[in-house]
Design a protein around this ligand. Structure first.
Ligand code: PLP
Length: 396
């Protein structure tokens, strides 16, 4: 028998097969987790193209980066996340990572090795599908805390606070910094203040996943509110950053993992252990995307241009949310669709059932995940009318 005869078939990772097989020309794919322009095409930011040209023109060599990556990049990434005047910056252990996923994986491994409390991380219910897998593979046990209220299609704030209070003191909690995936439901700044107080009262540890800084509201500072507020209140947080969405650098795999430390001495010790985790995983990270991101973050003209482009992407998403809601209302839908516009980021939770989602695909060639999540990035001025009709026909 073959050496691998005992390998069982795993479940498919994505459900784009049905979309590909559909011959209907006006089919709509709302399953993708990447930004699309108003023509439904992948978008390369002009600031990224300019930064890349600059990198190529500099004729740099292709030597290895250090284990923790390109220092000009990580330094600028930290400023972007924590703010230029943050007191955390000079006691921050930071490493470049294989995008947001890799940052979570390094953070998970660090917690599995050194977190003094239970090796358990609490993630929201629901959360990005990969969170549980990443943390389990890193050696942590994963528990859920209440997050989403399906009756209001909004935040289950009371449930969330109750679960934070009920967890053993000194537990580790994963928070989506902004643009919660998959629900699009974020706490308000005032709710974040209450969450912070509850977390502090229990002595919990906070790990932020910030995959969408700037992409949610269009403003990089506003989207970093939760992270910066926690740090200002004295939490030495962990943070996973991704430049996939806000710079459109998906396939370049650019991100960063950082830990705010108590002081310089702690930073040095933590940094040494982060290196020990990274080295056997992949030795050192890729340089090209880091150079692009670094050129944008460290060149004032490119940085300003990038800020406008991030806002443009966020605004298009916000506009499409409004257009979808309006379309449904114009068709005479009696449902309250205000959650479509109060939610934020790439994804919207429609509140449609798995059966209704199947019907959308079969009868209307509209494809998304069965949990009712649609990628607003897949909506365009052209298809929003047809989408509203399809949802109206399925849900009323
Ligand atoms: N975290 C969340 C919440 C996400 O939605 C994503 C991407 O969809 C990621 C992390 C990581 O993405 P990447 O590894 O492409 O940066």
């Amino acid at each position: 028998a073959s050496t691998w005869a005992n390998v069982p078939q795993g479940p498919p990772v994505r459900i784009t097969e049905a979309f590909k097989a559909d011959k209907f020309p006006q089919k709509i794919n709302l399953g993708v987790g990447a930004y699309r322009d108003d023509q439904g095409k992948p978008y390369v930011l002009p600031s990224v193209l300019k930064a890349e040209s600059k990198v190529i023109a500099a004729l740099m060599n292709k030597e290895y980066a250090g284990i923790t990556g390109v220092p000009e990049f990580t330094k600028a990434a930290a400023v972007l996340a924590y703010g230029a005047d943050s007191t955390a910056l000079d006691r921050l252990a930071i490493t470049q990572s294989i995008s947001g996923t890799g940052a979570l994986r390094i953070g998970g491994a660090f917690l599995a090795r050194f977190f003094p409390g239970a090796k358990t991380i609490y993630i929201p219910q629901p959360s990005w599908a990969n969170h549980a897998a990443v943390f389990k593979d890193a050696g942590l046990t994963v528990e859920k805390y209440a997050y989403y209220n399906k009756d209001t299609i909004g935040l289950d704030f009371d449930g969330m606070l109750a679960d934070i209070k009920a967890a053993p003191s000194g537990s580790a909690f994963l928070f989506h910094a902004c643009a919660h995936n998959p629900t699009g439901v974020d706490p308000t700044p005032d709710q974040w203040r209450q969450i912070e107080a509850a977390v502090k009262a229990k002595g919990h540890f906070s790990f932020f996943d910030m995959a969408y800084q700037g992409f949610a509201s269009g403003n990089i500072h506003q989207d970093a509110f939760a992270v910066r507020h926690f740090v200002a209140q004295g939490h030495n947080v962990a943070l996973a950053q991704s430049f996939a969405k806000n710079m459109g650098l998906y396939g370049e795999r650019i991100g960063a993992f950082s830990l705010v430390c108590a002081d310089k001495a702690e930073q040095k010790r933590v940094d040494s252990q982060v290196k020990i985790i990274v080295r056997p995983l992949y030795s050192n990270p890729p340089i090209h995307g880091a150079r692009i991101a670094s050129a944008i973050l460290n060149t004032p003209a490119l940085y300003d241009e990038w800020l406008l482009e991030v806002k443009e992407m966020a605004d298009r998403i916000i506009t499409m949310r409004a257009a979808l809601k309006e379309g449904l209302e114009k068709l005479g839908s009696k449902h309250d669709w205000s959650h479509i516009t109060s939610q934020i980021g790439m994804f919207a939770y429609t509140g449609l059932t798995p059966e209704q989602m199947d019907q959308l695909a079969k009868e209307h060639s509209v494809y998304a995940t069965r949990d009712g999540r649609i990628s607003v990035a897949g909506i365009t001025s052209e298809n929003v009318g047809r989408l509203a009709e399809a949802i109206f026909k399925v849900k009323g």
